[in-house]
Unconditional design. Structure first.
Length: 735
């Protein structure tokens, strides 16, 4: 085959070990084959001219489409599939017409909700010859004789088909409508959707519209949503990733963080309660607030880190490792919660014995039985969905057996963990998430229905809990991370990322209310704290690196030193210290570049100098003779201290979506400031960005998608003629 003939033979590379310490374990060849040919005498002018010519054509085509992108939302839709839909909708009209149509539509939604709340146009008292006294009275009507019973049942059906709606269906419908509108508003202001669900529950609840008179009306539905939520969390809890990918520091920090934070917070809240600050009636209120304050929001953090492409960075790995450990701790907390009212040594031992037995049972089934079932069902999407749900509730039923006596919530979490090691876990998540989102919305809306108008004492308790939570995250996360050998930057950003209260806090407190351990007032305080810290989290995570920079600069001023310092690793002998090529940041493309040099021209590796903050990777690169400097690539101080003389070439192979604190345009400007004579090679994601980088002063701009396409065209043109018999394809590849 032509691709086998053209592939060069490779020997085992010393760089393989470095991949374990890089943010993503799998190397990628996104355009690295012909990325550039570095020389110390200057750039290849013909290559530059060729790229500029092709780039200008692409830019013109790209700029032609920019106005349509900026004018309306229709550019976000698939034009081939949705063109007719968009053309006939308000999206194709002027802004004034759109505003009028949307205002009328929104006003009608408000009218429907108000009409529902005020019973506008209510049905007459008598329907079908009987007085309509409500669903419960009809079902309980006392009518003599079999004929009377039949008539009553028939009357109920007539009323239902004639327009009457069961209360539960009505409550669910109205709750979803209002929660959807509130979630859209939350998304518009860049807040978590969970806040929209809570706000929707508040609006339809007894304190505002009073459409749903009590959260109890939806209690069974919200409980089902809770089970789905925990099952999905379990599916995403990959213990293998924690051990082999997150690293030792993340594991140790995660194991310490929750017990340390919960113990400190519980002690503080007990003291505040003794001083007169109320967290609700009952002897366990302060304890519940303290324990739940140790948990962070997995859903919010994962989503926000994913939006910033930071989930696989060093700080992202640390954050994910801590969250996974929190989920593991949650199993123990949920199991202990059952025996909290009457704690005995025998009861606790029995509970944990059955818990370990349930975990062993689930893992045994998952290892020996489920593979066959999943293999058989893998060809049917519908069967996969049903089978995954059946597995979840099967483990829940096992946990609910009288002699086991474990909560179904624990069982759902265990069921998800048992399937997390399967390659099908991502498939399960994709299939179940829509069902989960339905019940998940009802769960948080039900939480919102419980919220009263804020009282001063509740506001005080909420603010104190939020401030203490954020403050003591530094004790429970930052300090252990540093003690176990972590990096200050990673520890700081990870601490910022988990500085909120999470879904498990609501789960534990709602179960505490059900068990009678705490009053609803305590749950209300936790919900208010959840909402307050969620708003803060969306801002802090989006600006986590900027917060780190400001904090580092402030501490540096207090110490009277510089904000940034460059730390050399594997420094060469005097006279060979400075290198000709400085690589700013080390990621997948740089890895593949070094792999090529190691295979073909290993002596040229000594011409490279890498500046990055990942000490683990740099220590391994130093063993190859590469000069390495630990430091922030956004700092001019680090650049100037890393080399005594300017290099000939400065390279950035990392796109803007993965850079923190600086972008490729900033790298160009920083290079011109510190080393004005150096040639600068940077990376662009689009033709428009490439034009901006050339304008900023870049000597060469890498566009990985274009380089990959050119290389693929080369291969197919050279070796693929015989593989295509279609005349148009032959004409294409011969052109």
């Amino acid at each position: 085959m032509f691709w086998q003939e053209s592939q060069p033979k490779r020997t085992k590379s010393k760089l393989v070990d470095i991949m374990d310490a890089m943010p993503q374990a799998e190397p990628s060849e996104d355009g690295t084959e012909d990325s550039y040919a570095p020389t110390t005498s200057g750039m290849n002018r013909r290559m530059l001219a060729s790229q500029r010519k092709s780039f200008e054509t692409d830019v013109d085509h790209d700029l032609l489409q920019l106005p349509s992108r900026q004018k309306s939302l229709s550019s976000f839709l698939n034009r081939n599939v949705n063109a007719m839909v968009v053309k006939s909708s308000a999206l194709s009209m002027t802004r004034g017409a759109q505003a009028l149509i949307y205002s009328i539509a929104f006003a009608f939604v408000i009218f429907v909700l108000v009409a529902t709340a005020t019973h506008l146009g209510a049905a007459p008292e008598c329907v079908g010859g009987e007085c309509h006294k409500g669903h419960e009275e009809v079902l309980g009507a006392q009518i003599d004789g079999d004929l009377g019973h039949h008539a009553a049942d028939h009357g109920a059906h007539v009323r239902r088909l004639g327009g009457g709606v069961a209360p539960l269906i009505k409550y669910v419908a109205v709750t979803l409508v209002v929660s959807g509108l509130c979630a859209m508003a939350a998304h518009t202001v860049k807040q978590p959707l969970i806040l929209g669900y809570l706000a929707g529950g508040v609006l339809v609840g007894p304190n505002v519209l009073n459409i749903v008179e009590s959260h109890v009306a939806l209690s069974e539905m919200t409980h089902l949503g809770l089970i789905f939520l925990l099952f999905m969390i379990g599916l995403e809890l990959d213990v293998k990733a924690l051990v082999f990918k997150m690293g030792k520091v993340a594991c140790l920090t995660g194991l310490v963080q929750l017990p340390l934070c919960s113990a400190i917070m519980a002690g503080i809240f007990v003291g505040l309660e003794a001083a007169g600050v109320s967290f609700g009636p009952g002897q366990y209120a302060a304890l519940y607030c303290g324990v739940t304050a140790g948990f962070s929001s997995t859903m919010m953090v994962v989503k926000l880190l994913g939006q910033k492409s930071e989930a696989d960075s060093m700080a992202g790995r640390m954050t994910m490792g801590i969250l996974i450990c929190q989920d593991i701790w949650a199993i123990a907390v949920l199991a202990l919660q059952v025996n909290l009212s009457h704690p005995t040594a025998v009861g606790i031992v029995k509970t944990f014995a059955w818990l370990f037995a349930l975990i062993a049972f689930a893992l045994g089934y998952a290892k020996f039985v489920m593979p066959a079932a999943l293999y058989y069902a893998s060809k049917s999407v519908e069967l996969m969905l049903v089978l995954s749900l059946a597995w979840c509730f099967f483990i829940c039923v096992v946990a609910g057996l009288p002699f086991v006596g474990l909560p179904m919530e624990v069982a759902a979490l265990v069921a998800g963990i048992a399937l997390a090691t399967f390659p099908y876990s991502a498939e399960f998540n994709a299939k179940i998430k829509y069902i989960r989102d339905f019940f998940f919305t009802l769960f948080f809306a039900g939480m919102g229905m419980m919220l009263p108008l804020p009282r001063p004492r509740d506001v005080l308790a909420c603010v104190l809990m939020s401030v203490m939570l954020v403050a003591f995250r530094w004790v429970g996360c930052y300090l252990p991370c540093m003690l176990f050998g972590g990096v200050s930057r990673v520890a700081t950003i990870a601490t910022i990322n988990i500085s909120q209260i999470g879904e498990f806090a609501l789960v534990i407190c709602s179960l505490g209310v059900r068990h009678g351990h705490i009053d609803e007032e305590t749950l209300e305080i936790v919900i208010f704290t959840f909402a307050l810290t969620a708003i803060a989290t969306s801002l802090m995570i989006r600006n986590n690196f900027a917060l780190y920079k400001r904090g580092a600069a402030f501490l540096a001023k207090l110490r009277g030193g510089e904000a940034e310092a460059a730390e050399a690793i594997g420094r060469a002998e005097s006279g060979e210290d400075d290198r000709d090529i400085v690589l700013v940041g080390f990621y997948k493309i740089a890895f593949m570049l070094f792999a090529e040099f190691e295979t073909k021209t290993p002596e040229l590796l000594k011409a490279f100098h890498v500046v990055d903050f990942n000490k683990t990777v740099l220590a391994k690169l130093a063993n190859l003779g590469i000069k390495c400097t630990v430091g922030d690539i956004a700092s001019a101080e680090v650049w100037s201290r890393s080399q005594t003389s300017p290099p000939r070439i400065v390279i950035s192979t990392i796109p803007d979506t993965l850079l923190q604190g600086i972008n490729n345009e900033g790298i160009v400007k920083l290079s011109r400031q510190v080393w004005p004579t150096a040639k600068v090679i940077v990376t662009a994601d689009s033709p428009h960005q490439a034009k901006e980088l050339y304008t900023a002063g870049a000597d060469y701009v890498l566009r990985m998608a274009k380089l990959s396409a050119e290389r693929l065209h080369e291969l197919l043109s050279e070796h693929g003629q015989g593989a295509f018999e279609h005349s148009q394809l032959q004409e294409l590849f011969s052109s």
